[in-house]
Design a binder for this molecule. Structure first.
Ligand code: KIV
Length: 275
């Protein structure tokens, strides 16, 4: 049996205060049942726009809409009372101006009950992050590999290998922290850079494929438990292979249906049929 190790009720300031302390545990969740299963074990849940690929079969996250994030955000907060839920702002919902970002983030917060939002971008998003933070919206930044910029950044590859690229990402990290973000996801950077960023910024860094040098880690749950096999990043450690369990269960069900091996309700509850 799994043992929950965290206490409920961590707040955004509580996450912020974990800088340099006990590593922060986080996973993605998109649905109520998954939120119920995960929330006793994590410090916060992220409704990531990765749901576009994992749940909807999209090729990238670019087609994810605000309405999709709100629907899944609501499902997750319902399943994880007492656990901070952060919701990803989808591509196109925050980049245009701080005002547009505020309007869309406020909608996400008020319609889902989330504790905060996440958005991708460093120096270019600093003004927006400051605008949101000053108006009561807790922002988790996201720097390094930014899947929403995959078309301009040249695919999924490790970031920060050259001095110039590493310096740019460090500038992004400082800008996001100075703008008031309570933390930042650092995705797909080389370890030395993740360490420098973590040592430099005063807020927690949450790594994904960025080494244990970060203040915490996040992964896509379906990758961790073997439920999404289309594309698994090399850095993901699998803790289960649930896809094969699902296939076996469904094959057994199909065999029962074909063999007419199904009980009637009366036999399930021990209720005798009336004479
Ligand atoms: O969309 C997502 O799931 C993410 C992470 C896993 C950080 O952004």
């Amino acid at each position: 049996m799994s043992t929950p190790v965290k206490t409920k009720g961590l707040t955004i300031p509580g996450i912020r205060a974990r800088k340099g302390g006990e590593p922060i545990v986080s996973l993605t969740a998109y649905t109520t049942p998954m939120a119920k299963l995960l929330s006793p074990h994590v410090d916060f849940l992220l409704v990531g726009d990765s749901l576009g690929m994992v749940l909807y079969g999209m090729e990238s996250t670019l087609g994810v809409t605000l309405d999709m994030m709100i629907a899944h955000g609501r499902a997750v907060t319902r399943g994880a009372p007492g656990c901070p839920v952060i919701i990803d702002m989808p591509f196109g919902s925050y980049e245009e101006s701080p005002e547009t970002a505020f309007r869309n983030c406020a909608r996400v917060m008020s319609e889902t009950g989330a504790a905060g939002i996440k958005l991708e971008g460093g120096v270019a998003m600093a003004e927006t992050i400051a605008f949101l933070s000053r108006r009561g919206i807790p922002v988790l930044g996201h720097i390094g590999l930014m899947p929403q910029s995959v078309n301009t950044a040249g695919g999924f590859r490790a970031h920060g290998r050259t001095e110039q690229e590493a310096a740019g990402i460090l500038d992004d990290a400082k800008a996001v922290a100075n703008a008031g973000a309570f933390g930042m996801v650092v995705e797909g950077t080389v370890e030395s850079l993740a360490r420098t960023v973590t040592e430099t910024v005063p807020v927690p860094t949450i790594g994904i494929g960025a080494s244990p040098a970060c203040d915490g880690q996040i992964l896509v749950t379906e990758d961790v438990v073997g439920l999404f096999n289309d594309f698994t990043p090399k850095f993901v450690k699998r803790y289960a292979e649930l896809s094969s369990g699902v296939s076996e269960a469904v094959a057994a069900y199909a065999a029962d249906v074909r063999a007419r091996r199904f009980p009637a309700m009366e036999h399930c509850f021990g209720v005798k049929a009336e004479k």
